[in-house]
Ligand binder design. Structure first.
Ligand code: ZN
Length: 225
């Protein structure tokens, strides 16, 4: 009797245990039946890994941004992309779109947009992935001086990661007025951690920094009044 020869199981080059994405976990059994392939990113020349079935359909691939192995349904179809898909997963694309939108807003307001990938990584590291004010890990990029004031900008001097709910609550209010509406432990962190951090990035004392922010605010309300 002829038995079907099983393809030799291959270990994925990255550690499977490290992966947390919903799509990977239960599916790894199936990978032994798939072909491991290399996908070169035309722009960077970096090689990513993918898995194909017997019909030459790409089933999994590594995202070229977050580098997680994800099911192909996590990638948008793209006629010019490798095997008909974008190289960044949908989630990463959303991040890229958000940044593009920010860049557009900055341009419209004639504000600097200088945050680099390195700055984002640096901020994540400095904050240990947590909000300065309440240790939340559900964090969004926040502009201390709001974009709508027409001051500040998307720069390392003006940006940090903030708890999503606090970010919504602060909105475009003057941070020094908004903080008075917050509980005492948040106020403490604001004055002991956040303000000194941003003042230092601006080469200012905390008092000078507060003055500067208040002057930007007065300028903003004088223009909108
Ligand atoms: Zn991704």
């Amino acid at each position: 009797m002829k038995t079907l020869k099983r393809k030799k199981p291959r270990k994925h080059p990255n550690k499977i245990e490290d992966r947390t994405d919903d799509y990977n976990i239960d599916q790894f059994e199936d990978l032994t039946y798939l072909d491991l392939i290399e996908i070169e990113n035309a722009a960077t020349g970096i090689i990513y890994y993918g898995y194909m079935d017997d019909m030459n359909n790409l089933i999994y691939r590594e995202c070229s941004k977050c580098e997680q192995l994800k099911h192909i349904s996590c990638f948008r179809p793209h006629s010019e992309g490798a095997h008909g898909y974008r190289s960044n997963c949908r989630e990463c694309n959303r991040e890229i779109d958000k940044l593009g939108n920010l860049r557009y807003q900055m341009k419209k307001k004639n504000l600097p947009h200088t945050l680099t990938e390195l700055d984002f990584a640096k901020m994540q590291l400095e904050q240990k992935g947590k909000c300065y004010l309440n240790d939340s890990t559900e964090i969004h990029l926040e502009h201390f001086i709001p974009i709508s004031w027409g001051h500040g900008g998307t720069t390392y001097k003006n940006c940090y990661y903030m708890d999503a709910a606090l970010n919504t609550s602060k909105s475009n209010r003057n941070p020094f007025e908004w903080i008075l509406t917050q509980p005492e432990h948040i106020q403490k962190r604001f004055y002991n951690v956040l303000v000194p951090t941003l003042a230092a990035r601006n080469n200012m004392t905390t008092n000078a920094f507060e003055d500067y922010v208040n002057r930007c605010y007065l300028d903003f309300i004088s223009k909108t009044a």
